[in-house]
Design a binder for this molecule. Structure first.
Ligand code: C2E
Ligand code: CA
Ligand code: CA
Length: 599
């Protein structure tokens, strides 16, 4: 399409009013229908525009007044590019051109920011549909929807995802992010990481109570703040663990800083009319240390792992001390090989087991699904939870066969329950996927084989993935999700709210379930901010037609609050811990079949 020339532009600007009068939808001849259409448009949340092929505004619904504060009559007949600021002319031109060249009846969606008559910005979803060939319309129909609330929620989620609520410091996710930036930065500055862990914090918490524990942490946070430079990153990683990221610090000076930190934390703190003395253990790792030439080669994970090993060395060395990482602290190649061999052996000798945790309907408490959670029945160490081995399996790649095994077990188990009892007919099974499994090219085949071998219908299986797995490579993730969706399995976002929550992505992904992380649930019955966030996520779920599940519900108060908010399903110790298949059979038999629902 050609660009709008100046002459065209004035001609076009004059045209529409006359045309509109003759148009069956907009014209006077169908006055009553038009009034009805206008009323409908007014009532809907969207503002609707009809644009001619050059961007001339043929019609604007009255609700534009609410959205942008302008008079629809003043807009009608003008060119869209004249209404918006000059610097957006090219964008408007491209938009109209794209819409006009869309196949007839097809729509396209973009997000945009518009300025109201009062000079404020509003964020809108813009959906354009090409109806140029429709003799009744001859227009590109554009609807504008205010998405300010969604943006605000996004902002809140991001802020919450990156800050520690007690101290207002960056949290672990943010720290990791900043460390990654520093490590991959082009500037070859030395990077130093200090990991700080309070000694015996648990004692304070247990003896003086939770709120004294919080007060202690806040005081310590303040003291630590006093020791770092404005450009340094000081974060609370969780519990009683803090971390500092320093760039451009002579590694030798790190010891000086560590000593100052130990001293400031060691000064008495008045708490509940008592003087308490605290101490720290500090682990230091630097990217400039080690052999020459090693700088810059150390990954963020490696630096953190090294600092962690140094911190444990400091703890072992008697606490109230710091230790600088040295390679003798690393797990040896031999140890790594041993770990891999152990895991392989465990897989071959059936040492893994799958437990199933109930997911229930929030109102009826009826079992709707179970989440498969893996355990290792270790011949020497007893029953081990996933935290003891999933990360190792992820690192050495054995997570792929292990994950496949869990998936096959879970599908077969659900088929077995179905064969045992009619009460399992509507039951679903949820299986966690790890990042590596999600990237594995054979995943879709594995899933389809597991279903076929168990004789299970695909919609009975829900795969759980985390936001960070999606965000690592959103395009690849989308492809995988769509391939899984084509199989018919359902998809859930796990630990929602702990990663980078991009709600606009969420909208584009074929996701069925949002699992709200336990951190939001923990204080939901006490904290208004958490209520507001969970409430917003529930609204989001409704708008996107996704079911919401709250994780980690332990008390009646939490349950009650979440139920009031309108969360669909719940999971947590209150309803049942991860259990053997036989316990689930009992639960199933206890519940009548009629009002089972899908999660
Ligand atoms: P997740 O997917 O978030 O699983 C929920 C975890 O929360 C489970 O821990 C469960 O036992 C625990 N949980 C549930 N309700 C409550 C509650 O009310 N209070 C508390 N404190 N905890 C609760 P689990 O079984 O230790 O699993 C931990 C993580 O390990 C899982 O977190 C998941 O990320 C991973 N995982 C477990 N099984 C598998 C698996 O087969 N494959 C993969 N890739 N990861 C797995
Ligand atoms: Ca999960
Ligand atoms: Ca989870």
């Amino acid at each position: 399409m050609r660009r709008i020339e100046r002459d065209d532009h004035t001609a076009a600007a004059r045209l529409p009013r006359n045309r509109l009068a003759r148009n069956p939808i907009f014209g006077r001849r169908l006055g009553s229908r038009r009034r009805m259409a206008e009323k409908l448009l007014q009532a809907s949340a969207d503002s609707v525009l009809a644009l001619g092929r050059h961007g001339e505004i043929k019609y604007v619904s009255p609700s534009i007044r609410d959205l942008l504060g302008c008079d629809p009559r003043e807009l009608t007949g003008r060119l869209l590019s004249d209404v918006l600021p000059v610097e957006r002319a090219a964008e408007v031109h491209d938009f109209v051109e794209r819409m006009v060249s869309l196949p007839i009846g097809r729509s396209e969606r973009v997000e945009s920011r518009l300025r109201t008559a009062a000079g404020e910005y509003v964020y809108v979803d813009v959906i354009g549909t090409n109806r140029i060939d429709d003799p009744d319309l001859r227009a590109v129909v554009v609807s504008l929807r205010d998405i300010g609330e969604r943006r605000e929620l996004e902002r809140q989620l991001i802020r919450q995802a990156y800050t520690d609520s007690l101290t207002g410091m960056p949290n672990r996710v943010m720290f990791r992010h900043r460390l990654e930036e520093a490590v991959t930065s082009a500037e070859p500055l030395p990077i130093t990481v200090l990991l700080l862990d309070l000694d015996d914090f648990k004692l304070v918490n247990d003896n003086l109570g939770h709120s004294a524990g919080d007060e202690l942490l806040t005081t310590i946070a303040e003291r630590l703040r006093g020791q770092v430079r404005p450009g340094d990153v000081l974060a609370r990683l969780g519990g009683d663990e803090f971390a500092i990221l320093l760039r451009d610090l002579d590694p030798a000076d790190a010891s000086g800083l560590a000593e100052r930190l130990l001293a400031t934390v060691h000064e008495p703190i008045r708490l509940a009319s008592r003087d308490i003395t605290c101490s720290l253990s500090i682990g230091i790792a630097t990217s400039a240390g080690g052999e020459p030439g090693a700088a810059g080669l150390v990954s963020a994970d490696q630096l953190l792992a090294n600092a962690d090993l140094a911190m444990y060395a400091a703890k072992r060395g008697g606490r109230n001390a710091y230790a600088v990482f040295d390679p003798s602290m690393t797990m040896s190649v031999l140890e790594e090989a041993q770990q891999r061999a152990d895991l392989e052996h465990a897989l071959e000798h059936d040492e893994f087991r799958v437990l199933y945790q109930p997911v229930v309907d929030m109102h009826t408490q009826r079992l709707t699904a179970v989440e498969a959670l893996v355990r290792w029945q270790h011949p020497r160490d007893g029953l081990l939870g996933p935290y003891h081995f999933i990360a190792h399996a992820e690192a050495n790649g054995l997570i792929v066969p292990l994950g496949r095994w869990v998936l096959r077990q879970a599908c077969a188990q659900l088929a077995r329950w179905r064969a045992e009892t009619p009460a399992a007919a509507g039951l679903h099974v949820n299986v966690n996927l790890s990042a590596r499994q999600f990237q594995y090219a054979g995943l879709v085949d594995d899933v389809s084989e597991a279903l076929a071998d168990a004789g299970l219908d695909a919609p009975s299986l829900t795969l759980e993935i985390t936001e960070s797995m999606l965000m690592a490579d959103i395009e690849a993730a989308k492809e995988t999700l769509h391939a899984l969706r084509r199989l018919g399995v359902r998809l859930a976002i796990d630990d929602f709210g702990t990663g980078y929550s991009s709600l606009s992505y969420l909208k584009q992904l074929p996701v069925d379930v949002i699992k709200i992380d336990k951190t939001f649930v923990d204080e939901v019955h006490l904290d208004e901010d958490d209520v507001a966030l969970v409430d917003a996520v529930a609204g989001l779920g409704q708008a996107l037609k996704m079911k919401t599940v709250a994780e980690g519900i332990e008390t009646d108060e939490q349950w009650e609050t979440l139920r009031r908010i309108g969360i669909d399903h719940g999971q947590g110790y209150l309803f049942g811990r991860p259990a053997e298949p036989s316990s689930i059979t009992e639960l199933l038999s206890a519940a009548p079949r009629s009002d089972r629902q899908h999660v």
